[in-house]
Design a protein around this ligand. Structure first.
Ligand code: PGA
Length: 270
């Protein structure tokens, strides 16, 4: 099925985005009035890329924030035939240890929220299966290689954790870090406890793309929704660039943008 023209998806405008905050330098900040219009705006950007570059490489995120974006992409696929058949996707991270078939795996999350409902067959999530450290390191190296072989990531979607993490790169992650096994911060595990039912069930580790893996993407869109993200969004944009706030490292990327709903932007607007 051929892709609809950009104007059919409205990608020649920014639907729902109320304003672009005036800032010097990077990242640019786009603010939508609410979560729904934020998701529509971000999905339109992704749809536009899929239309103009049918073999694009996407970097994708999990968590509660992108769910509405994926719903909108599924809608565009089902209702106007947006074609993902030539697209390659790499996800940011996976819990460790974690079987891909587990209800709590990010592999399952992506299948349920996106890939089970669109025609993209070429997608990967880092492997969270329990195995030797040597094998994990080798597989992480292969993940980096696969991204490079695919031509590098055209557009990386990110969430932001309350610690400022991007992927599972917690505070202190080295700017030159690559895909690897990491320890999760306790606050990250606490946030995940709602999904796992109990804190004790949340893994202590994860496999994540590194900071350098993320920063090599040609374009990066960080998405945040809700008042709970307002403080860390403000910090990420205004602190001097530091690995202690991993999202602040995006300030050094030439084509990174923050996409916020008005609640997540409230500290900036003040
Ligand atoms: P959230 O997670 O979308 O569930 O808030 C974001 C993140 O931790 O990166």
């Amino acid at each position: 099925m051929s892709n609809p023209s950009p104007s059919q998806t409205g990608a020649d405008r920014e639907p729902g985005v109320a304003m672009t905050l005036d800032r010097l330098g990077h990242p640019r900040v786009h603010v939508a009035p609410d979560y729904q219009s934020l998701c529509v705006a971000v999905a339109e950007r992704i749809a536009h890329l899929v239309q103009v570059k049918p073999d694009a490489v996407l970097g994708l995120a999990t968590g509660s924030t992108p769910i509405g974006i994926y719903q909108e992409l599924v809608r565009l696929h089902q209702q106007i035939g947006l074609d993902f058949s030539g697209i390659t996707c790499f996800n940011l991270d996976e819990y460790y240890p974690m079987d891909p078939g587990d209800d709590h795996s990010y592999h399952t999350f992506m299948q349920q929220h996106l890939f089970g409902s669109i025609n993209c067959r070429n997608w990967q999530v880092p492997d969270g299966r329990e195995r030797s450290l040597e094998t994990i390191a080798e597989d992480c190296r292969r993940y980096e290689e696969a991204i490079e072989k695919a031509g590098g990531i055209d557009l990386q979607i990110l969430g932001i954790g309350s610690t400022g993490h991007i992927g599972f790169n917690e505070p202190g992650s080295a700017p030159d870090s690559k895909t690897r096994l990491v320890d999760l911060d306790e606050s990250t595990r606490l946030n995940a406890a709602r999904d796992f039912g109990r804190l004790e069930h949340v893994p202590h580790q994860a496999v994540t793309m590194g900071i350098s893996t993320i920063l090599k993407s040609r374009e990066i869109m960080l998405i945040a929704s809700g008042a709970g993200k307002a403080a860390i969004v403000y910090t990420a944009l205004n602190v001097l660039v530091t690995p202690l706030v991993p999202a602040s490292l995006l300030q050094n990327h030439p084509n990174a943008s923050f996409w916020l709903d008005s609640a997540a932007a409230q500290a900036l607007e003040n």
